[in-house]
Write a protein that binds this ligand. Sequence first.
Ligand SMILES: *Cc1c(COP(=O)(O)O)cnc(C)c1O
Length: 391
Amino acid sequence: MKEGYFGEFGGCFVPELLMPPLKEVAQGMRDILPFSKFQAELQDLLKNYAGRPTPLTKCNNLSKELGFTLWLKREDLLHTGAHKMNNALGQGLLAKYLGKKKLIAETGAGQHGVATAAAAARLGLECCIYMGAEDIERQEINVLRMRLMGAEVQPVETGSRTLKDAINAALRAWISEQATTHYCFGTAAGPHPFPTLVKTFQAVISQEAKAQLKEQIGGLPNAVVACVGGGSNAIGAFAEFLDDASVKLIGIEAAGTGEPGCFNSAALNLGSPGVLHGNYTMVLQNLDGQIEPSHSIAPGLDYPGVGPEHAYLRKIGRVQYGLVKDANVLAALKRLCKSEGILPALESSHALAWVFDHAKEFSANSHVLVNLSGRGDKDLHIIHNAVGAGA
Ligand SMILES: *Cc1c(COP(=O)(O)O)cnc(C)c1O
């Protein structure tokens, strides 16, 4: 396949002024990532700073109810509460090796901003996070977390004042600051080489899970299920299983409230091919090609596009992509809390909900792995608004 492409999807559709820093990152990926000193330093950070390997938890109580064995890969236990840290540390370290002094990043709900701020602090880099003004108002606790870790939070007042505008602002800033700055992009989307770079750092999820399952059950799972926003936790959870034809891979998109025409974040299921943020992929757009607003009860899934490799994996039929509505997400979240004492993120609860809703499709000897991408503490205000204090 042509470099940076996944079938017809992917590519690098950016202004000329962004090509030099993107080429520099792609070169770093080839020359620096395989270097044993880099790998040793990254492994040390992942283990002793971020808390890898994350556990693989067998859901004893739920498995009895469901009639098959449910396993969780516990990215919720990673430092700062989600898988985002794998990528932030990887790119942060790469930036240091490239001689950069500063990280910039976009954030929507604030999870990637917090992970980048933490990685920058740890690595001794300056940090500026671009965040939509609307999101700053909705996520003031995460803004505080970023500022406590020394990051500057730059409000973005253009467009819908949310994530997609923050990405545009960060890309613009990178043009003028490229000599000293790395843009730590937060998901497996954007222009080449980001989809591949982010996948490389998130693949640790499935590398560990595959080995952990081998030890526990002596083989492969029957299915791996993960939620899809931009697609980074899902591609990380799928990566090591892509060549194992017996393993069903299922990505779950946010259907929103579920009535026809409602706002959603399901670019694969309900979108069409187009260019967004430098790559050709599936996007939510109107007939004029203008990007439509997205919505999800899970702030981290609220993105009108999706990583190009997912568009490709769907097209060739290797991965199936399902849809889950807000109401089922909340029910799944409550069920995991009550059954296993684990409060999952609203994003991850999309994957759980799909498994609960499709439980009949799995036979008694099945092993189903859900990537629990993050913890739900960050979502308590949304959960409180939706279900009240009584739950
Ligand atoms: C950001 C986030 C997601 C969605 O992003 P992906 O790149 O699709 O993984 C999912 N879960 C959690 C907990 C997140 O913070």
